[in-house]
Design a protein. Sequence first.
Length: 112
Amino acid sequence: MLTSPTDPDIPLPQEQTMVTFVNKLTVHGDIDAFLAVKSKLTAYMSAQPGYVSHLTLRHVGAPNVFLELAVWQDAGTHRKAVRSEQFQSLVKDLDPLATPDPGMYEIVEESV
């Protein structure tokens, strides 16, 4: 869940607000290899404090485009997870396979 903005200058929502990390991943390498690496990253992230849930979507008209949605208790716990050495070690394997377009979002409106 991939790659993440780790730049301290990227504005994040208030630290105690539930957030959703959204990452559009355009795969330009082998899709099966991408899914294997992503699976390892998802397993690592889902074990981290503050993790709530995760969903991966695949574009119907462009099978090499994926959208990941990962809900976290707050931006700080996500930031801590992506700055870890283990995450950095895992995420480097995505570089030759996909181009990320990440962003952190907060809920503005919700309907169930």
